[in-house]
Design a protein around this ligand. Structure first.
Ligand code: FAD
Length: 288
């Protein structure tokens, strides 16, 4: 099913995310993770495409596992910074063959050691979106950044570029993680004012271990509210307590979003079905 239809038909949706393994030898374990995640019955499962600008050979396999083997709608991420046009077409053909209908079209991070863009590469996600639209009947989503993309010179300019992306054919947007809902409400106000009407799915990251926090701190521009910092300081030395607090914090963020009319939420579940399960259990009556 197309994600645009899922968002239209349901006031509240909760989706989950997985990242594929680097090695083919870990694929069986990754498929098991998909099965565990699918058993939680999220609105859809998304599978990332590499990371830090890398490509992925296993994204197609895992979206196939979610959609065709476990009957949960799937969203394949696809980045173009590390792939040329030929590679992109190959992946689109694989997705088409497996009848995968949804793609999150991304530029990807620019690898530090590579010249970008080369003549046979797309410069921006909007160009990739145009290519996907010309290729076939996919429902296409894109990324957006409530605190501004790190490369953007201004929030205003970033939202202008986002509008270009939507005009190129993006039917929904998923946000970068944020830890203060007011940042999202402010962003939604600004995007609506610019005439961006594509539905926005709020990206929530349950922070359940110290390594994740280090990674978030290394991302420029992610605001960590004092309330969040206090949790990290208090529970950093106790992994079970930090996990419980991280799940509670994410749950509370989602409840506040739904209460304020933001009904579509994507949980960055980071290959942790237990964390996804705990949050969905907390929301069982809210997301009914
Ligand atoms: P773009 O939309 O191309 O924007 C990138 C920058 O270029 C922005 O600053 C924008 O303002 C500017 N820009 C855009 N269009 C124009 C234009 N026409 N002219 C001038 N400037 C322009 N990375 C992965 O490697 N794999 C993943 O699976 C993955 N999944 C993600 C999922 C989500 C929901 C999010 C939020 C991010 C994800 N990322 C992933 C990270 C993402 O690839 C990076 O944030 C990347 O730096 C930007 O990608 P984009 O698609 O937003 O790029």
């Amino acid at each position: 099913m197309k994600i645009s239809e899922i968002l239209k038909e349901n006031e509240v949706t909760i989706s989950c995310e997985l990242f594929p393994p680097k090695k083919g030898s870990e694929l069986a374990k990754a498929r098991e993770l998909v099965r565990e995640m699918a058993a939680l019955k999220p609105s859809f499962i998304s599978v990332t495409y590499g990371a830090s600008g890398g490509i992925s050979e296993h994204t197609v396999d895992l979206v196939n596992e979610a959609q065709n083997e476990n009957k949960v709608p799937a969203l394949a991420h696809l980045t173009c910074a590390s792939s040329d046009r030929k590679k992109i077409k190959e992946v689109l053909k694989q997705l088409q063959d497996k009848k995968i209908e949804n793609i999150l079209a991304l530029r990807g991070d620019i690898p530090a050691d590579l010249d970008f863009p080369l003549p046979d590469q797309y410069h921006h996600a909007s160009e990739l979106i145009e290519e996907i639209k010309a290729f076939g009947e996919f429902c296409i989503g894109g990324a957006c950044y409530p605190e501004g993309h790190p490369e953007a010179e201004s929030m205003e300019g970033d939202i202008d570029n986002l509008k270009r992306k939507v005009e190129a054919g993006c039917e929904f947007l998923t946000t970068q993680m944020f830890f203060d809902n007011n940042i999202l409400y402010n962003f939604l106000y600004r995007t609506l004012k610019k005439g961006i009407e594509a539905p926005v799915i709020a990206g929530i990251m349950p922070v359940t271990n110290v390594n994740q926090i280090k990674r978030i701190l290394s991302l420029s521009g992610t605001m960590l509210p004092q309330r969040f910092r206090a949790i990290v300081e208090r529970f950093a030395d106790s992994p079970p307590a930090l996990k419980q607090a991280g799940i509670a914090y994410a749950t509370e963020q989602i409840i506040d979003l739904v209460a304020n009319g933001v009904g579509h939420v994507h949980i960055y579940t980071m290959n942790k079905p237990d964390v996804a399960g705990a949050i969905l259990k907390n929301l069982s009556e809210i997301c009914n």
